[in-house]
Design a binder for this molecule. Structure first.
Ligand code: ADP
Length: 374
């Protein structure tokens, strides 16, 4: 349960007031006041997030904080860009900066939060260790800083990249390919350059930066199969960023981790630039068991005997970690609903803030129901 000096309810009440006031100011056309209020609402969300121990809720609150900041930022733009206006030209490089800032996270994922994959974790930990170690005097070592993770969706590639960033204490740029793709010719290349420029600046100021690009094959497809000059140009820009980093023959402090579930669709030149290529397969039985344990026991819940995580693992052959996470979430929501039927009544009476949610051990029937619904 989050704790505050001034009380959780009070922080929430201030937050609700700020949001209401920000909306009212926006409606009244008082944009300066609205901007300040959205920024303050973002601060309140961040306060709640900092005090939240549940990782999912914490991430949700940080997302809300960044939504509020983005809304404040939008009100700061002198005029809204029109639909025909490329991002980088009409409203200036501020838009690039805002887009890139929205990709920045501080990762809190630890290696022990990732089930199984012992060798993969070891390999990555070693590569990250090289980043942290001092270079021997008189030698110049091109430290491996470009990593390709390939494997089916939901198998923990993002988690692995996050754990690398957390181990390094690095700023984590979590990039969705769609964030970089633009319909305006040349804009994606500019965004890639801006992203790397920002990462290098951050690395210079604060240590290290990890750029993680998911579904990278959509950004840099095989140029032989690419059907437009724009796509080819993006591949060239990305290659030059990757090459630029190594040509300097010194640590730029920027590590690039890319992920794909279609390695064959990637441009071969990109694949050849990678220092490390790691296959992340669907989890085997012991890994699934570990993921169930992390999802259930590590989150403070228990299974009703004789049900065990090993038994659940046996029932989920061929499933990815994300499927397991979803099933566990479904079970939890079902149990919460069953054990907390008075919630609507308590909401109506205003007593909900003092009510502690009840749970019970998860049964085999709960899981069977969740598997059927999945
Ligand atoms: P990918 O990037 O490969 O698509 P993610 O890293 O985003 O997959 O994983 C999605 C979710 O699945 C994670 O947030 C986590 O809850 C769960 N998950 C996947 N693999 C693992 C694992 N090995 N250990 C713990 N959780 C996992």
């Amino acid at each position: 349960m989050p704790r505050f000096q001034n009380g959780y309810d009070e922080v929430r009440a201030v937050l609700v007031r700020r949001i209401d006031d920000a909306r009212a100011a926006e409606t009244a056309g008082n944009l300066t006041a609205a901007r300040g209020l959205w920024q303050k609402a973002g601060d309140s969300y961040r306060r709640l997030a900092d005090a939240e121990s549940n990782m999912i809720d914490r991430a949700r609150l940080f997302k809300k904080a960044s939504d509020c900041s983005a809304r404040a930022g939008n009100l700061g733009v002198a005029r809204p860009p029109t639909a025909h206006e490329p991002l980088g030209q009409g409203s200036g490089t501020e838009d690039f900066a805002r887009k890139i800032d929205a990709m920045i996270f501080r990762s809190q994922v630890r290696w022990e939060d990732i089930g199984g994959m012992r060798e993969t974790k070891q390999e990555l930990r070693y590569a990250m260790g090289l980043q942290l170690a001092r270079q021997p005097s008189g030698c110049v070592i091109d430290i491996p800083g470009r990593i390709l993770l390939d494997g089916p969706p939901g198998t923990g590639k993002t988690l692995l990249a996050s754990a690398c960033a957390n181990m390094l204490g690095a700023t984590f740029f979590n990039v969705k390919t769609s964030d970089l793709l633009s319909k305006y010719f040349g804009e994606s290349s500019q965004l890639i350059s801006a992203l790397y420029r920002r990462a290098r600046d951050v690395a210079e100021d604060k240590g290290l930066a990890v750029i993680f690009i998911d579904e990278v094959e959509s950004l840099v497809p095989d140029r032989d199969a690419a059907d437009s000059g724009a796509e080819k140009r993006i591949v060239t820009s990305f290659l030059s960023e990757l090459d630029g980093l190594s040509e300097k023959k010194r640590r730029s402090g920027v590590i690039t981790i890319v992920a794909t579930n279609k390695p064959g669709a990637l441009d071969p030149a990109i694949v050849s630039r990678m220092d490390l290529r790691i296959h992340v397969p669907l989890p085997d039985g012991p890994t699934r068991e570990e993921i169930f344990r992390l999802q259930i026991e590590e989150n403070g819940f228990e299974l009703a005997p004789p049900l065990t995580c090993a038994e659940l693992a046996a029932l989920t052959e061929g499933k990815a970690g994300r499927d397991i996470q979803r099933v566990c979430k479904k079970v939890l929501l079902h149990v919460l609903k069953e054990c907390n039927q008075r919630v609507p009544e308590l909401v109506a009476s205003g007593e909900i803030g003092r009510y502690a949610l009840q749970t019970r051990p998860f049964t085999r029937a709960d899981f069977e129901q969740a598997f059927r619904a999945a």
